[in-house]
Ligand binder design. Structure first.
Ligand code: F6R
Length: 368
């Protein structure tokens, strides 16, 4: 059942190349993006002036990645709201708001209630879900399924990649419908997206290095994660994975926040993962993160750096360097999170913990 892996989580991590390919399957037809399930009228989509993503946990981290991509491509402002915070305030939502409910299970009570609240205010809702026929996709105005197959482990991995991929499709679709991008621009972006499954496989093929690091660090009591731009939600997700399955205190930060407080935590030997953006992207982003690595290292941190192939600039400052293939900045979260998933999974396994059934957690949170 576990296909030779020690846990469902390990199996699901190693299924992620297929997972991304399956989310894309049938949605790119001759280079054109086709979303047959997008049953919300194009005329309505053209009136949208705000997008609100509602989600919890890992799905909210996927929403935070989506924000960067959807805003960039569509120029529609995107807010990402934890579903339970959204529903208990008095959120500004109306007929021009498109709500994106992200949920692997499609049954998370807080996400469902947030979505219902938004619908009552006249908003249209599109659900990004994995479980066919679940309540959230049934009640939404449109549902985009992830098609990543059942996720058994409590900690979400392949659904996270599916959620991010589906949100890219949604963003590109909106940009296409609203005329923000020309057809050939969408086609060029999609062509790069179609390369991602092969790149995911490349990262997975390098898992031995990360597993060794995890085993060596099994007695760690605190781990920090830093990232900027789309690396920031990746840092949050890396920290969440480590907390939930390895029971290690972990925090993710926007690297720019370091000097506003978190750097005080850094002392001799503190492990700090840093997600480095592509040096081929916006220059300032890469050099800012390199400075952040130098800052924490100067204070004694052990720097565990995730960087693109060929990025030699980071080498002098990295105690450990994990490589991912080069891709568009916006697509990097599909690759850079994988070493973090492998790290948590292997570390928890080395501690002898039940990786698939972490204490106190349920796969689907159907209570408020
Ligand atoms: C973390 C994890 C949870 C879920 C969250 C939302 O690994 O699995 O944080 O992401 O409970 O669940 P769904 O996506 O089913 O709404």
């Amino acid at each position: 059942q576990k296909g030779g892996y020690p846990s469902f989580m390990a199996k699901e991590i190693h299924e992620q190349a297929t997972a991304v390919a399956d989310t894309l399957l049938g949605r790119i037809v001759e280079g054109r993006l086709q979303l047959d399930e997008m049953s919300i009228d194009e005329a309505v989509l053209r009136t949208v002036d705000k997008i609100v993503v509602v989600a919890c946990g890992t799905a909210a981290n996927a929403g935070n990645v989506a924000k960067y991509a959807i805003e960039h491509w569509t120029r529609i402002p995107v807010e990402v709201e934890l579903a339970h915070e959204f529903r208990y305030r008095d959120p500004v939502v109306n007929e021009k708001t498109l709500v994106v409910a992200i949920s692997q299970s499609g049954e998370t009570m807080d996400t469902l209630m947030a979505m219902r609240h938004a619908k009552e205010q006249g908003a249209k809702v599109v659900a990004l879900c994995n479980t066919r026929g679940a309540t959230i996709p049934r009640e939404a105005d449109a549902a985009l399924y992830l098609h990543v197959g059942p996720e058994i482990a409590v900690a979400s991995t392949k659904a996270y990649l599916g959620q991010i991929t589906a949100s890219y499709l949604l963003g590109l679709y909106l940009a296409q419908v609203r005329g923000n991008l020309f057809a050939d621009e969408v086609a060029a972006i999609m062509a790069d997206l179609e390369q991602i499954p092969a790149h995911v496989q490349t990262v997975l093929d390098g898992s031995a290095q990360i597993e060794e690091l995890a085993r060596e660090m099994k007695d760690a009591t605190s781990v920090l994660f830093l990232g900027r731009h789309v690396g920031y939600p990746t840092a949050l997700e890396g920290a969440l994975k480590l907390k939930e399955i390895a029971y290690i205190h972990a925090e993710g930060f926007a690297a720019g926040e370091l000097k506003h407080g978190p750097i005080a935590l850094v002392e001799e030997g503190q492990p700090v993962f840093v997600i480095v953006p592509s040096p081929g992207g916006r220059d300032s982003l890469h050099s800012k993160v390199v400075s952040n690595i130098q800052e924490v290292r100067a204070r004694g941190a052990r720097t565990l750096v995730i960087a693109e192939e060929g990025d030699t600039v980071v080498e002098p400052y990295a105690d450990v360097i994990m490589r991912v293939p080069a891709t568009r900045t916006l697509f990097a979260p599909l690759l850079t999170v994988i070493p973090l998933q492998i790290f948590s999974c292997e570390l928890a396994t080395a501690k002898g913990l039940d990786v698939d059934q972490p204490r106190n957690l349920a796969k689907s949170v159907t209570v408020e």
